[in-house]
Design a binder for this molecule. Sequence first.
Ligand code: F3S
Length: 433
Amino acid sequence: MANMKLTDSEKAMLDGGEGPAVQKAMDLLVRYGEALGAERLVDTNNVCGAATAPSPWKLEIAKKRGVEQGLHAGFSEMNLDSDEVIEMPRVKVYTCQLIQQFGPDTASLHEGSREMLELQKQADSFFGARGMHIMATCTPYQVGNVPVKGEHCAWMESSAVIYCNSVLGARTNAEGTESTGAASLTGKIPYWGYHLPENRFGTHLVDVDVPVDDMMDWGLLGYYVGEIVQDEIPVLRGQMSQPELIKLKHFGAAASSSGGVEMYHIPGVTPEAPTVEVALGPRRGVQTLTYGKRERRIAYENLNSTAKDRKVDFIMLGCPHDTIEQIWQAARLLEGKRLHAGTELWIHTPRALRELADRCGYTKIVEEAGGHIVSDSCPAISRMMPRGTRVVATDSAKQAHYLPAITGVQAWFGSLQNCIDAALTGTWSGGLD
Ligand code: F3S
């Protein structure tokens, strides 16, 4: 018997009134909510999760018993925490797939398993037919999923979660594959953490004493602040210029990588913080940190701590997935030029924006220079890179943080210009001014 307070319709789901998959999903949410101390569930009509990516295990079942059976089994195990294979029904609420694996259109770029690329394509059809929107990006807010202030969501992916809470003012915790799978079938998620207004006030004040203007500086600021505040809520004030989507996307991705930041406030910019006082709410005497020249250098050196060799093999742009403006900026720097022999460049963006890049002629410019615009995944998630990659250059603090740890490569972090220079010369010449 559940301790959490359930409505009649939630009880009916738990009793199996809407079929076995919904029953498993509700059972999972009740167990999860009770472990967290949630008193109830909350309705959500905005789920961003991860169900479609193939795995060796799913592939094995698909080979033995057919693709459908492999994907039903995968959803049961990974998204419903069920050993018993249950047929996945249509989702009940608006559900989007975040980043997944690369598809067959990237086969010429890396040595990843062809069978897995093909299974990803089949998974797109399987989950699409069950109502899942295959956005296949860590930036769903770039391609149509833009929840409004106060909306209860169930999102995964740290860079998306921090954007959702902070920039959009919608409400989500950093969910997992299981809870988002269950939310997609029930339209419910435990009401705890960032769903509660009293948990959304700032815990630290950050005085920014050095100008923060370009994307690289926003990444450095995020990386430093995340490392200090860990999973708490910083409120930033000081010498930051007006940010836009790109800078906040990079700031949040960096802060959620070095720490576990899921929400921040910038008074006058983010929607729940018209002033510092409102951002802090009832909290008084919070810890104040300073971000100055010294702290900026510490962040830069930490991000470049794995890089030794200035000869660069691979330039990775688009973490989190690039906006069309970022692709345009890269195309302008590449126009009429050629990549250095032996250097690869991938620009990652949602597939819908790739279509726009094609239409605007940016894809042609990037490809004529020898680079590629790719969708659906990224090297950190897919573990796929050009063959023989040893040294990576990136404009993303998040990718510089994760890629060496996950794949053992060296990584240089710098500006877009530094990265394009490395792509054209094969040599890293970036640094901090
Ligand atoms: Fe997105 Fe991959 Fe970066 S999921 S945020 S491009 S590590």
